[in-house]
Design a protein around this ligand. Structure first.
Ligand code: HEM
Length: 385
């Protein structure tokens, strides 16, 4: 379902009262310059027309059997990959990625300066940003994966380098050359994983950024709280990992954004054997689609204000917000097939939002009236001020 565009009116923080510094940003999660639509219920990877075509028609050819599509028959390899990748994408790697994210956000902000007074399609801007980040962090260079693989292998073989590199591709190459046959992945898998990471790292963070900036434009009080926290922690300096870990208000905002505008509406699962689900007995080999969006919008779990943007529900952490119901909040899924890019995604989002908040205030721009109708019609009761 596509909703229309959401436009933002940004003010340069340095000259917040100066009209000449004002400019408009437009957020359209549709990723399609014609529709500029925001989709409240579809998955992030399905938000853009282009992405949904890929998912529905060319996914296998394009993505192949990357981690996200690995079937249970591949699970041993998948688990081996998951184990090492989780470690790579988890805490240690956020240190490696921080300078790359900062450099990419700086490029974006420099471009915004030149665009003052004009409307900017923020979703497109974030798409470029996240694409650049993933290329810098995941592959280092933009060339064809196989060409890079060959180059790196040659270097290690000639003794010019002692490792395949510190990025995702280097990790995949290590797995490809693993001395233990059980853990080894084929070259084909390596290429598929690279494509999965490229797509996984781009559309998802792009959407999270666009959806996070949206309620902040609507709820100026939360925007101000977030800015105060950012300034308290970083001042006017670039974000650093130690400070990112202290961004409590921003974490609450991101969690509430993921709850309300979660990027995936449901998850495809197949029963491996007969299984009891509550009072139901499900036979083997049937497809299920647990709807995380339904759980995230269930008033019995979250209260009557379930449709309102209220980051304060996460003030004492996820456990308290969910009344200790572990299955009530799973934007990155729970269990062995959970998202391995979670830490990467949230860190990138926090860096980008911090740097935007340091420079600009933003409000919804006049064309948002269309959205007001759409949003209230869709029972989301967004409070527009
Ligand atoms: C806000 C950002 C993101 C969200 C909300 C998100 C959400 C999810 C969800 C819901 C799944 C489970 C899908 C399923 O089981 O059917 C998943 C899996 C996955 N995600 Fe993410 N993701 C995000 C960012 C990323 C990033 C940045 C990367 C990579 C750099 C990534 C890589 C993956 C991979 C490889 C899987 C498959 C894991 C497996 O099946 O074993 N994700 N993600």
């Amino acid at each position: 379902m596509n909703h229309g565009a959401s436009d933002f009116h940004l003010q340069n923080e340095a000259g917040a009262d100066n009209d000449s510094n004002d400019f408009y940003l437009q957020v359209g999660a549709g990723g399609n310059s014609n529709s500029n639509g925001i989709c409240l219920q579809d998955g992030a990877d399905k938000n853009s027309d282009v992405a949904s075509q890929l998912v529905s028609t060319t996914q296998d050819r394009f993505i192949g059997e990357g981690l996200s599509h690995a079937q249970t028959s591949n699970q041993e390899n998948t688990h081996a990959m998951l184990f090492s990748l989780s470690h790579f994408i988890g805490a240690p790697s956020t240190q490696n990625m921080t300078p790359a994210v900062i450099a990419s956000v700086e490029t974006m902000l420099a471009k915004w300066k030149g665009q003052e007074g004009r409307e900017i399609e923020v979703f497109e801007e974030f798409k470029l940003l996240t694409s650049e980040v993933i290329l810098r962090t995941a592959f280092g260079i933009k060339d064809c994966v196989l060409k890079i693989v060959k180059k790196r292998e040659d270097k290690v073989a000639n003794g010019e380098a002692d490792s395949f590199g510190n990025d995702f591709l280097g990790l995949f190459l290590n797995a490809h050359h693993d001395s233990d046959k059980e853990n080894r992945i084929s070259l084909e898998d390596l290429v598929d994983e690279s494509k999965t990471f490229y797509l996984g790292g781009q559309d998802t963070v792009n959407s999270l950024l666009a959806w996070s900036i949206f309620p902040l434009a609507v709820h100026g009080d939360w925007q101000e709280k977030a800015r105060r926290e950012v300034i308290d922690i970083f001042g006017n300096q670039n974000p650093h990992l130690e400070g990112i870990a202290k961004l409590k208000t921003m974490t609450m905002i991101i969690n509430e954004t993921l709850r309300l505008y979660g990027l995936s509406s449901g998850l495809m699962r197949r029963t491996g054997g007969e299984v009891q689900l509550g009072k139901m007995v499900l036979p083997a080999n049937i497809d299920l689609m647990p709807l995380n969006i339904a759980v995230h919008h269930d008033p019995q779990l979250w209260g009557d204000d379930v449709h309102l943007f209220k980051p304060e529900r996460f003030a004492d952490g996820i456990a308290k917000a969910t009344k200790f119901n572990a299955g009530a909040f799973f934007p990155f899924v729970l269990g062995p097939r959970s998202c391995i890019g979670m830490s990467f995604a949230t860190t990138e989002t926090k860096i980008a939002l911090s740097m935007i908040l340091q420079c600009y205030t933003f409000t919804l721009s006049p064309p948002m009236s269309t959205h007001r109708c759409l949003l209230s019609a869709s029972d989301h009761n967004m409070e527009f001020k």
